[in-house]
Design a protein around this ligand. Structure first.
Ligand SMILES: [Zn+2]
Length: 98
């Protein structure tokens, strides 16, 4: 099973973005890599392994009320201490996404 997924137009995606389920926020976060078609967006490095993804650099999602900052390495998500949710400072295995 895959822990990260490329969302195409079939899946409701727009730019071939990569999505993973974040258990801290209880939602899917999206990033872009060099295979995504989103020229004006930041591009992350992705090891191409959907079962055991590594993404660099860190992923930061924030708005006025929340902040979620993580590293994804070998299929695990490491939440940095500056997250506003309960999993701040913890590292856990990513859940499958389909
Ligand atoms: Zn999150």
């Amino acid at each position: 099973m895959a822990k990260i997924k490329r969302f195409t137009s079939k899946d409701g995606g727009y730019h071939g973005e990569l999505g993973f389920y974040c258990p801290g926020c209880d939602c899917v976060h999206f990033i872009y890599d060099k295979e995504s078609n989103a020229p004006s967006m930041p591009v992350w490095g992705f090891n191409g392994n959907f079962e055991s993804p590594t993404v660099t650099p860190s992923v930061l999602v924030q708005n006025k009320t929340m902040r979620c900052h993580s590293f994804i390495t070998d299929g695990n998500i490491q939440f940095l201490p500056d997250c506003t949710h309960d999993l701040a400072g913890k590292t856990i295995e990513l859940e499958d996404i389909d």
